[in-house]
Design a protein around this ligand. Sequence first.
Ligand code: AHM
Ligand code: MG
Length: 331
Amino acid sequence: MKTLGEFIIEKQQDFPNATGELTALLAAIKLAAKIIHRDINKAGLVDILGYTEKQNVQCERQTKLDQFANETFKAALEARGEVAGIASEEEENFIAFTQERARKGKYVVLLDPLDGSSNSDVNVSVGTIFSIYHRLSPIGSLVTLNDFLQPGNQQVAAGYVIYGSSTMLVYTTGHGTHGFTYDPTLGVFCLSHESIQTPTQGNFYSVNQGNQYQFPSEVQQYIHYCQTRDVATSRPYSACYIGSLVADFHRNLLKGGIYLYPSTQTHPQGKLRLLYECNPIALLAEQASGRATDGSQWILDIQPISLHQRSSLWVGSSEMVAKAESFIQPL
Ligand code: AHM
Ligand code: MG
């Protein structure tokens, strides 16, 4: 058995110039994930379910668990010197950590503290998504907006924690996508899925079918393709949509499939957030030999212009995403 901590240290040895700061940062994420795991697991017994009185910057109602997860990650990341600032789906503006130690930090972290949180009241899997970059501003200064508006191809690391039938942490530092399952009796994440390779072709398609008639016609045609019987390509695919990006993506990553959240009439730019959701998920997919696009370009190549920018997302098995692209961009 190998723990996440051991695995990270082992990988660090391949980089003689590594300072251990990223390792320490990942340890902070690991700690916050354990705290959230603990509290989500007793959520029905303590007053932590339901909504707060607040809305987040995107006018979405904030659940108590959103707020708790946000505060937990903020505290864990600020407590160490590696992180100079964070941006969170639950915060209107980025946060520059002001302590001298933090100002010397090399990294900024962007996160969706509790993705799919509207599912938590009904015991459905939720997740935390994180994305790590080198800051661009000088070490020692306060971070600025530009530190956070970097394209996804500049990510140093990305990952998610899925609080599901078991809790797992899946991450990449650009050298493969690796999964660790939490053993609550030992309090450690154990290596369970090393170097995940997603199947090039799968049998699942994941989309909010309720939006079908709001989708552009080429998206509707692609969905029709997924539903049409064809023995040679194992269609129809199974529709599987949990409504938690992390859970839907995780299933498709391991089993093979495609997740799509295209533009709709109510969300013309797509619903998901480029910086907190699409970029980290895209890097994890590509590091597992999958593919991610917004329909016209690679997710990782999009230059962000604002913190809470939204994007369409098509992600998963490479052949399935390529096929979907042929519908969106007919030759
Ligand atoms: P959230 O970060 O506010 O939870 O929203 C993102 C979630 C994704 O997890 C999920 O895939 C999607 O929103 C579901 O949206 P919808 O209910 O429109 O299908
Ligand atoms: Mg989310």
